[in-house]
Write a protein that binds this ligand. Sequence first.
Ligand code: NAD
Length: 271
Amino acid sequence: MSTDGSASSTNGDGGARRRVLVTGAAGRIGRGFAAATSSRFDLRLTDLPEADLAAVSGFGEVRPCRLDDVDELPAVFEGVHTVIHLAGQPHPDTPWDKLLPDNIVATYNVFAAAERAGCRRVVFASSIHAVGGYPRERRIHPADPVNPGNLYGVSKCFGEAVARYAAEQGTLSAVVVRIGAFQPFEAATGPDSAWLSDIWVAPPDLFQVLLLAVETPDIQFAVVHATSANDVQRLDLEDTRRLLGYQPEYGWTATAGGATRMHQDGPSQLA
Ligand SMILES: NC(=O)c1ccc[n+]([C@@H]2O[C@H](COP(=O)([O-])OP(=O)(O)OC[C@H]3O[C@@H](n4cnc5c(N)ncnc54)[C@H](O)[C@@H]3O)[C@@H](O)[C@H]2O)c1
């Protein structure tokens, strides 16, 4: 299946800029991704009505909606080529009563609405917490069984399962991106940054993975990891490099005692 190109006014493969729907667009990752890719994609940006979508209105068309309310979704998904599903509760200690609407029901609704609208692909923001039950020193490969260490991780396993189901039994392509710890460069420097040493993902590196997950053709279903080129890798990056051509520009190194930029003239597609 080719996912090359899409007319901005349709969701078929055309050749014009792809229309990309970003859920959770007013959140930390969504805001940065919108700013980094608005020149590349025809962005539609959605978040809760009470979220600060005005902050991203310069990067695309904004459409407030609750993703756990199915009635609102058809108009939001119409004409979309690829969905980047970031919306949800991002904290590992989130209680079940919040995970249920925002991470479980909303995620199911996103895949169902995307399929109904004829979208080509959903990129799902999963988390290292989907496999957080493994010992810290174990390197995790995408093919390892899920092993959540908390209920938030369980909610991400649900999203990964829906993604696979939608891709293998339905009409969508789906790319699951397991995100490490998304922190700015400054937070990953200095003596207090050691907790990030094996899980850090620098914002430009994550945006590169998400962009490649939108643009790489011929993927029916894949799980890829998104961390920077840290000395120690809890999440193995081989599949991300091989399938998507990911070339991280940053990394947490012992030599630098924290974050460093590995490739000053790196391959950034996000200028
Ligand atoms: N930040 C990280 O380090 C990290 C790591 C791993 C995975 N992730 C995942 O990446 C995604 C984005 O993370 P973030 O840090 O930007 O989180 P964030 O909380 O800053 O943004 C999430 C957005 O989702 C919106 N949202 C929540 N429930 C919704 C609903 N029912 N309908 C519509 N919108 C809803 C919120 O209003 C918020 O703006 C999340 O799914 C998170 O689990 C983040």
